[in-house]
Design a protein around this ligand. Structure first.
Ligand code: ATP
Length: 389
């Protein structure tokens, strides 16, 4: 096993915009690290540089304490699992798993022993004589993993291995991969664009955007303490609401005037962090709203209550999503546009999404009160996108 250290890694294709720009990241021995970000953010390029399928423009790639920039892929002793499993349909499960050993001309008795051990670990023993066509999707994935494990590589690398599967199988496979990685304790780097996969699989998640590393942390850290608008909007589903707000001072508190209503924040730390800014973006996750008619008086006082009219509701059985259209005052919207290079159209959307208890009777078209857990609100600088809180 081996730790993987990336030091100031840059990748330029031709002389264009860097696909990976100054990324430094430590993957510890035995750790499960997820690389996540939207299409084109450079996550596959980074993975390919770890494996050695792509040259590194500058920076150092260190695996197991050794700089491998100029080491050929097959000498890095890494195992890569691809999107479509790439099993050989004409070979049995046994021979599929044995394939890398046969290539390396490992003696037959050792092949027998190692394939059997691997099959046992993956609960594939009774399927060794079958062909891939006669296996379930999950079993096929395990065979692909088996082929990666049998080589006793120092680390596993996954490039969107589940993206071709339907949602249900994807969920099952997530659990399988997670279980296996824990059991084997092998250093793993896993690329995905899916924030749910990122949040559920890894020990830590590295969020990339336009070739740059935004934040590295546990799923909980990214969710609770996103460093900027991008991470805040990317992690969490449905995504965080960003409400433009003008700021007024009121003694020790500040009043945020948002399109959903005005509310006060007393938290000293937040008030100080906002400083003398006149416009901010208030970030509130959908699950930090509640139907105010369902909460206690005591709780009501710990947050803010706004009156809104919902226009669409979606009842999902375990919760109710409600959509609240709003319009930012024209001057505020114009100032925000001037201020911000960071906001994309999704973050400027003009509806808030709230996730309420399934027992809520909020009805489209009628006025209702929503409670906001203001202690959990984030405040962002619209000019830089930085989280001020
Ligand atoms: P996706 O999820 O769509 O695969 P990604 O985050 O994995 O995206 P990369 O495939 O690493 O992103 O690509 C990062 C950037 O580098 C993109 O702008 C892409 O167009 C560019 N790029 C990738 N491969 C090459 C190449 N061989 N030549 C030139 N540009 C490339």
């Amino acid at each position: 096993m081996a730790a993987i250290t990336m030091k100031n890694i840059v990748k330029r294709y031709g002389d264009g915009f860097p696909a990976v720009n100054d990324v430094s990241l430590d993957v510890q021995d035995g750790e499960f690290m997820i690389l996540v970000g939207p299409s084109g953010c450079g996550k596959s390029t980074l993975l390919r540089m770890i494996v050695g399928l792509e040259d590194i423009t500058s920076g150092e790639m260190i695996i197991g304490g050794k700089v491998v920039n100029n080491v050929a892929p097959r000498e890095r002793n890494l195992s890569m699992v691809f999107q479509n499993y790439a099993l050989y349909p004409h070979l049995t499960v046994f021979e599929n798993i044995a394939f890398p050993l046969r290539l390396a001309k490992v003696p037959d008795d050792e092949v027998q022993r190692r394939v059997k051990e691997t099959a046992e670990l993956l609960e594939l023993t009774e399927h060794l004589d079958r062909k891939p066509a006669n296996l379930s999707g999950g079993q096929r994935q395990r065979v692909a993993m088996g082929r990666a494990i049998v080589r006793q590589a120092d680390a596993f690398l996954f490039d969107e291995p589940l993206s071709n599967l339907d949602a249900k199988l994807r969920g099952q496979m997530r659990a399988e991969i997670s279980r296996l990685q824990r059991r084997l304790g092998i250093t793993t780097v896993y690329v995905t664009h899916d924030q749910t996969e990122a949040m559920t699989l890894g020990d830590r998640v590295a969020v990339l955007r336009k070739g740059e590393l935004q934040q590295v942390g546990s799923p909980r850290e990214l969710y609770e303490e996103p460093v900027n608008l991008f991470v805040a909007g990317f992690i969490g589903s449905p995504s965080m609401n960003f409400l433009p707000a003008s700021v007024e001072r009121a003694g020790d508190a500040m009043v945020l005037d948002t399109p959903l209503g005005r509310f006060e924040l007393h938290d000293r730390r937040k008030v100080e962090a906002v400083g003398d800014r006149e416009i901010v973006l208030v970030g509130i996750r959908p699950e930090h709203f509640e139907d105010a008619s369902l909460i206690s008086e005591e709780k009501r006082e710990k947050g803010a209550v706004v009156r809104v009219v919902v226009d669409v509701t979606e009842w999902l059985g375990n919760e109710l999503y409600a959509y609240v259209p709003y319009e930012a005052p024209a001057d505020l919207a114009a100032q925000l546009r001037d201020l911000s290079r960071e906001l994309d159209s999704d973050q400027m959307r003009t509806q808030a999404v709230v996730a309420l208890d399934a027992s809520s009777m909020i009805t489209p078209g009628r006025e209702a009160e929503l409670w906001i857990d203001t202690a959990k609100a984030h405040i962002f600088d619209p000019a830089t996108g930085r989280n001020l809180t």
